[in-house]
Write a protein that binds this ligand. Structure first.
Ligand code: UDP
Ligand code: MG
Length: 156
């Protein structure tokens, strides 16, 4: 089963939207393997968003993500990386379709509530950067018995 790294950005905390956003991921059927609130230090954020260094939004982005605590979590489920990205919507709230997190709760082209890894490889790196192995739980198959068909060799 695939894992992805999500963090709810400082605007999600300040706007008191944590519960509603986390509920969407729970409703979908993801297992939450780890979760913590933390203030990300600047160097950490610069590394996390290293691919955007030099772009005009890079410095404002660093200020945004370091402006208050975030809530980081590891989600596990089928095609977790893509499914979470689809649930998030587009980068800009103003472009995001209704039904997505950003489409339903964000209008800004910067303050967009949520980060989700954009590839399985990024997910592995980001999970390692945010969590120690002992901070993550495992779930028994029973926990997802009615989320997936697990009666055969494959989880469908
Ligand atoms: N961002 C911004 N202006 C832009 C593009 C991105 O302020 O023109 C911010 C926005 O908060 C976004 C983050 O930078 O979530 C990272 O950008 P990315 O392209 O990775 O978007 P995401 O993967 O979050 O959709
Ligand atoms: Mg991104």
């Amino acid at each position: 089963m695939e894992r992805t790294l999500v963090f709810l950005k400082p605007d999600a905390v300040r706007r008191r939207l944590l519960g509603r956003i986390i509920a969407r991921f729970e409703d979908k059927g993801f297992n939450i393997l780890g979760m913590k609130m933390l203030a990300l230090d600047e160097q950490y954020v610069r590394e996390h968003y290293g691919a955007h260094e030099g772009k005009e939004f890079y410095e404002p982005l660093v200020r945004y993500v370091t402006s208050g605590p975030v809530v980081a979590m590891v989600l596990e489920g089928k095609s977790a990386v893509r499914v979470v990205r689809d649930m998030m919507g587009q980068t800009f709230g103003s472009d995001s379709p209704p039904g997505t997190i950003r489409g339903d709760m964000a209008l800004s082209n910067r303050f967009n509530l949520v980060h989700g890894s954009d590839s399985p490889r990024a997910a592995r790196e980001e999970i390692e950067r945010f969590f120690d192995a002992e901070e993550l739980c495992t779930y028994p198959a029973e926990a997802t018995r009615w989320i997936y068909d697990q009666s055969g060799d494959e989880i469908v």
